[in-house]
Design a protein around this ligand. Structure first.
Ligand code: ADP
Length: 367
């Protein structure tokens, strides 16, 4: 048996799962919310875990790390040199990497002889070609400072690609997919022959689709305008676009269930859902053009897997000739399934993601 302790030490929460990787079984898990001092909280949590009757000493500890820059394209065994490199990436991910690093440090202290592996959200996208990841700015400046598209949700896209291949009975190398990871955070990925070819997030998780609290794509001029005309500082604009925009900014709620419920009586919520859906359709069209042939469009994460009503709204206009089958669409979220009609131009699937299991698998590979 290989037991993996998966730690997702995020900007304001710490999620942990102890997983029997071979049996794909969750032994114990939990979630600490509103964390302000990671080192302190982890120092308290780890002895509590050890005292739990379900606890088994882990063979390896897997850490979710948001930003791996250009340096990390694989799960990587943590050493002091690796930790220093992850620290050097903080300017690229000031909201995320510090919490991840605190999680690694706390576990190194509590489990000094257990191998620790860093699994990066950006790693899956390191296969993107320059035409996808470059921004049209001064090439030398961009290269020197690592200013390019990295993409995120990589563990989810990697897991869903493999699950989709299994569901379709194909090798992932023979598949072109458009995967829509639509949760609180949301991004789209064009998967070409099983590898990431383009994705909607960028240097940070801010661009692309409309999210719970993030604006997604926005004209950069809005930033200049907010600064010059409204006197907002760069840090204030960072918070505004990352934490106060998206569904929250447009409707007062970041949660799809609330917004959908309110949309029955509230025009602002209906309008927001249309902005949210239109952005997704726009990326579907763009990625179909980049890929040429698309074997399936795949929906995953909280909204993608569960929101029957939103999926209906999204595909009502049959973008790209994709047609939903209402009956299959209303089935409960019970695993990978097709939800398109026989007349659909492209099969539409729902494939539930499992980022923790993927981190566990990659941690075993990387240890
Ligand atoms: P995170 O990015 O935090 O991991 P999730 O993938 O858990 O987010 O997705 C959270 C989103 O999924 C929320 O907007 C929530 O409303 C939505 N969601 C979860 N369950 C359902 C459901 N049964 N119906 C509609 N929306 C749902």
């Amino acid at each position: 048996m290989t037991t993996v302790l998966v730690i997702n030490s995020g900007s304001s929460s710490i999620k942990y799962q102890l997983i029997d990787e071979e049996k794909q079984q969750l032994l114990l898990g939990g979630n600490l919310e509103r964390v302000s001092n990671h080192v302190h909280e982890l120092a308290e949590l780890l002895p509590k875990l050890r005292a739990d009757s379900r606890f088994v000493e882990p063979d390896v500890i897997g850490h979710r790390v948001v930003h791996g820059g250009e340096r990390f394209s694989k799960p990587t065994l943590v050493s002091s040199e690796v930790l220093e490199e992850i620290e050097s990436l903080i300017p690229l991910a000031p909201l995320h990497n510090p919490g991840n690093i605190a999680g690694i440090r706390a576990c190194l202290e509590a489990f000094p002889s257990t191998p620790q592996v860093a699994v990066f959200d950006t790693a899956f996208h390191q296969t993107m070609p320059p035409a996808s990841f470059r921004f049209a700015i001064d090439s030398e400046l961009a290269k020197k400072h690592g200013i390019r598209k990295y993409g995120f949700h990589g563990t989810s896209f990697s897991y869903v690609t493999k699950e989709t291949a299994e569901f379709l009975g194909k090798d992932s190398k023979d598949l072109n997919l458009i995967i829509l990871h639509i949760g609180n955070g949301a991004s789209a990925c064009a998967v070409k022959e099983g590898q990431s070819f383009d994705t909607s997030m960028g240097l940070s998780p801010l661009p692309g689709l409309v999210m719970g609290t993030r604006s997604g794509d926005i004209d950069p001029t809005v930033v200049f305008y907010l600064n010059r005309e409204l006197g907002m500082s760069v840090d204030e604009i960072d918070v505004f676009l990352n934490k106060q925009s998206g569904l929250l900014g447009m409707t007062g709620s970041s949660d799809m269930r609330d917004v959908f419920e309110k949309s029955r009586t509230d025009q602002a919520s209906r309008d927001a859902l249309e902005v949210y859906a239109q952005r997704i359709r726009f990326y579907l069209g763009g990625y179909a053009a980049l890929l040429g042939a698309v074997d399936a469009v795949v929906m995953t994460a909280g909204v993608g897997e569960n929101s029957v009503g939103f999926r209906e709204l999204l595909f009502e206009s049959r973008p790209l000739g994709i047609e939903l089958d209402k009956k299959s669409n209303s089935r409960p979220n019970d695993g990978p399934r097709a939800i398109s009609s026989a007349a659909s131009s492209i099969p539409l699937l729902v494939v539930p993601t499992n980022e923790e299991l993927e981190i566990a698998r990659q941690s075993v590979l990387g240890s």
